[in-house]
Design a protein around this ligand. Structure first.
Ligand code: NAI
Ligand code: MG
Length: 484
């Protein structure tokens, strides 16, 4: 059964962010040894704007030989320069990156929204400032590693291979590059194929900051480029964020080698609302938990558990709130839900929606009018969902919420933990004791109390079970980039 909301989306005057200050080149080479270079044999491909399917720029598909050149540049920079530098000196470079990022924040935000489809409000207020903050945070650690690891002799791994996803392109690059540099590693990083632009712009920043050539290298392209990095004999550590499928491939590829790895994989986060919660705030938290960044969030609150006594009220309020969400132009400051990152991901989401209907769940779709060009998905709720339904088990990575009810604390803990993932959870209650009790029993790396999707460079992030291992952020994030 499909039900549509009766309310129309609010009409607001368009408030598009200006793109006049943005400087995007028509094509980008690979950033190797401090310079942008053409690949000898690699082809170029288009990166497009998912909100209108227009080409933005041409990007290089790196070859195995290019990856080789990049790794050798990183190795040389490690041996000759970066491993010999004091932490205080390294810290200065990282501070410089942070400051230049801040200066160019507006430009980065616009390009992030153009290349990936996320609302400008998010790229402007979350992605870019947080990315700069990660560089500031880890710059501060570079000369204080002895305090982070007292009485231990520590050493960087050497060359770190890093592979990032398309949902938070610049932010994930910052999460990976900043702690690696602070601890004295050099880097070969591959951004996701649909959203490489802000990482290439970050390469410009790195140039401007005067980092020694080869300390950070950026190679672009699709999955096989990532695999070349993973399998390269001179890469000492792999850090990956992306799908569980590729995570398993990397895990197998590195088995029996002495490469160290961190994997940040999928999730199926539980957002749990108790009857004693502030309901209106909780409804905002549900909306933020699943519709933030089009649900392209590994720690999204994609499973909602509502206490039975308030289920009706929460659903009514949630449907009303959904009818007011604005879906459309990512560059418009009023937009709540932007474009789905790619046609491929839109197909994945649509397939899950079909599965949900086939499984017999009740569907409710916001009646927003979707733009004709581009990749879009209206906010979607499923009720009448059971634990065995595929839509309550598998990661959809879109603005689709599976809703279940519960009666007792014990019941909801059991239901929330009944997943192969363990990345995030949210608890909404007026009772601090309930929050503390639950947070020790929920098997999730991050647990938010009366909020959702909040991040801070000082706070470690990572998962349990199939959500991966290793931590990024905070002092813990340093540990994965050193050997003791
Ligand atoms: P993906 O895992 O294929 O892509 C992530 C990164 O890995 C990209 O840079 C990609 O080029 C690279 N990659 C692909 N194959 C590789 C290989 N064999 N070796 C090394 N690197 C490789 O993710 P995809 O296909 O874009 O999305 C599929 C699903 O993954 C999504 O529907 C979502 O459920 C999940 N996902 C989870 C993310 C997270 O933050 N945990 C981020 C992106 C996707
Ligand atoms: Mg793109």
């Amino acid at each position: 059964m499909t039900k549509k909301s009766k309310k129309k989306t609010w009409d607001l005057v368009p408030a598009p962010e200006s793109t006049s200050h943005v400087n995007i080149q028509s094509e980008y080479g690979l950033f190797i040894n401090g310079k942008f270079q053409k690949s000898k044999k690699g082809k170029m491909y288009d990166t497009i704007n998912p909100a209108n399917e227009k080409k933005i720029a041409k990007i290089t598909e790196a070859t195995k030989a290019d990856v080789d050149t990049a790794v050798l540049a990183a190795k040389k920079a490690y041996d000759n320069v970066w491993s010999k530098m004091t932490g205080a000196e390294r810290g200065k470079y990282i501070y410089r990156i942070a400051r230049i990022l801040q200066e160019r924040a507006r430009e980065f935000a616009v390009i992030e929204s153009m290349d990936g489809g996320k609302p400008i409000r998010e790229s402007r207020d979350i992605d870019i400032p947080l990315a700069a903050n990660h560089f500031f945070y880890y710059a501060g650690w570079a000369d204080k590693l002895d305090y982070a690891f007292p009485n231990q002799k520590i050493k960087p791994h050497g060359v770190a291979g890093q592979i990032t996803p398309w949902n938070f392109p610049l932010l994930m690059a910052a999460w990976k590059i900043a702690p690696a540099l602070a601890t004295g590693n050099t880097i070969v990083l591959k951004p996701a194929e649909t959203t490489s632009l802000t990482t290439l712009l970050l390469a410009e920043v790195i140039q401007e900051a005067g980092l020694p050539p080869g300390v950070v290298n950026i190679v672009t392209g699709h999955g096989p480029v990532g695999a070349h990095i993973v399998n390269h004999a001179k890469v000492n550590k792999i850090a990956f964020t992306g799908s569980t499928g590729v995570g398993k491939y990397i895990h197998n590829a590195l088995a029996g080698t002495d490469k160290s790895m961190t994997l940040e994989l999928g999730g199926k986060g539980a957002n749990i609302i108790f009857e004693d919660a502030a309901i209106d705030q909780a409804v905002e938290g549900i909306v933020n938990g699943i519709f933030f960044n089009q649900g392209h969030v590994c720690c999204a609150g994609s499973r909602l558990f509502v206490q039975e006594s308030i289920q009706k009220e929460v659903l009514k309020k949630l449907k009303h709130r959904i009818s007011t969400l604005i879906v459309g132009d990512p560059l418009d400051k009023n937009t709540d839900i932007g474009a789905i990152n790619s046609n491929k991901q839109l197909k994945v989401i649509k397939d899950y929606v079909k599965i949900g209907q086939k499984e017999g769940a009740d569907m409710y779709v916001g009646e927003q009018v979707l733009p004709k060009k581009g990749f879009w998905c209206a906010p979607t709720l499923f009720t009448n969902v059971s634990q065995s339904h595929i839509i309550s088990k598998e990661e959809i990575f879109g603005p689709v919420l599976a809703i279940q009810s519960f009666r007792t604390v014990a019941e909801v803990i059991k239901k929330a933990n009944n997943t192969p993932y363990g990345l995030s959870a949210g608890i909404w209650t007026d009772k601090g004791s309930k929050l503390f009790n639950m947070s020790s029993q929920l098997k999730a790396g991050v647990i938010w109390g009366n909020t959702f999707n909040k991040f801070d460079p000082g706070s470690p992030f990572g998962g349990y079970k199939e959500s991966g291992f290793g931590r990024e952020g905070g002092m813990h994030g340093l540990a994965d980039y050193i050997k003791t």
